[in-house]
Design a protein around this ligand. Structure first.
Ligand SMILES: *Cc1c(COP(=O)(O)O)cnc(C)c1O
Length: 328
């Protein structure tokens, strides 16, 4: 893959995915001691960055493929994004979900007009059903991360970061299958190999983290976590993202459930931003001094905001006094 693929993706997706704002966080800048900027991917149409990759993939299908339709396997946000983009383009979409996906995400996908199929106890199991549908109905599988068109779509975030913050030296990116971080890293490292790209995962089932340690993609059981968008394996036959993460990512930081919750509460209470667990991992890492050294110009990708509001309010309630604890 080349930087050129990302420039091409930006042109392709411009009518569907937004260029999102990059805002300076005064609170974090003071706390970290270096300028910290937040990339608000929560403001995309389906409240996550996944619309970028989905748009690039669907717009690159042949007319015959578009006519037969697409199928996606998803912990939620990828399915929402594929459903939304498909509806925009008049393409039929089927979404396969595991039993662990929260209700709010299932309903959101149905409302977007896709057919939902619930199957299995993990993303990989739901994937078996998608393979069957591919054969039975001739649908094209839209992989959530391991596809050059998806990676290039997510990489457009890297282009926007470079344009708005040319002096960027560190970027914090939530990491699951690795499509998001591979695209962003390709863009940033092409501009300057000195830019640090740091991945963020949860302590509960960080598949890419352990795969990097093992030197090959491994399988792990899924665990319940606040960062449910970071659940899932690397796929049975990972072709792109494992090697790209191996080549480009400088470090991977793991966050506890408490740290992720603190990041979500902090985003709501201090910035009035609604973040899901995965989207709050970068804030959680900075708040808990887990990025060492923190860097001189830091960008944090707030990847998504699809959280059940009751869950978020409960977490915020528990952390109401937390602002005092961090010394403001
Ligand atoms: C999918 C997703 C991620 C992880 O992206 P990968 O490309 O699988 O690494 C992070 N945050 C949110 C909100 C997501 O939906």
């Amino acid at each position: 893959m080349l930087m050129q693929d990302i420039f091409r993706a930006r042109q392709t997706i411009s009518a569907i995915a937004r260029k999102t704002p990059l805002i300076k966080s005064t609170w974090l800048t003071e706390r970290v001691g270096a300028p910290v900027y937040l990339k608000l991917e929560t403001l995309q149409e389906t409240n996550s960055f996944k619309i970028r990759g989905a748009a690039n993939k669907l717009l690159n299908l042949t007319p015959a493929e578009q006519k037969r339709g697409v199928v996606a396997v998803s912990t939620g946000n990828h399915g929402r994004a594929v459903s939304y983009v498909a509806a925009q383009l008049g393409i039929k979409a089927v979404v396969c979900l595991s039993e662990y996906v929260p209700d709010n995400k299932v309903r959101a996908i149905e409302q977007l007009g896709a057919e939902v199929v619930i199957y299995g106890r993990s993303q990989d199991e739901a994937g078996e059903r998608a393979l069957q549908l591919q054969t039975e109905r001739g649908l094209t599988i839209v992989n959530p991360f391991d596809d050059p068109l998806i990676i290039a779509g997510q990489g457009t975030i890297g282009l926007e970061l470079l344009e708005e913050l040319p002096e960027i030296d560190t970027v914090l990116v939530p990491l699951s299958g690795g499509g998001l971080i591979s695209g962003i890293a390709l863009a940033l490292k092409s501009a300057s190999p000195a830019i640090r790209v740091i991945g963020l995962s949860m302590e509960r089932g960080p598949v890419m983290y352990h795969s990097l340690k093992a030197g090959r993609p491994i399988q792990m059981p899924e665990e319940q976590t606040l960062a449910d968008s970071l659940q899932g394996g690397l796929g049975p036959d990972n072709q792109y993202t494992f090697r790209m993460v191996q080549a480009y990512v400088d470090d991977v930081i793991l966050l506890s459930e408490e740290e992720i919750a603190a990041g979500m509460a902090w985003a709501l209470l201090k910035h009035h931003l609604v973040l899901e667990g995965a989207g709050a991992t970068g804030l959680a890492a900075l708040l808990h001094q887990k990025v060492q050294p923190p860097g001189r110009n830091v960008a944090v990708v707030l990847s998504g905001g699809n959280v059940e509001m009751g869950t978020l309010l409960e977490i915020a309630q528990k952390h109401r006094d937390w602002g005092l604890e961090i010394g403001d």
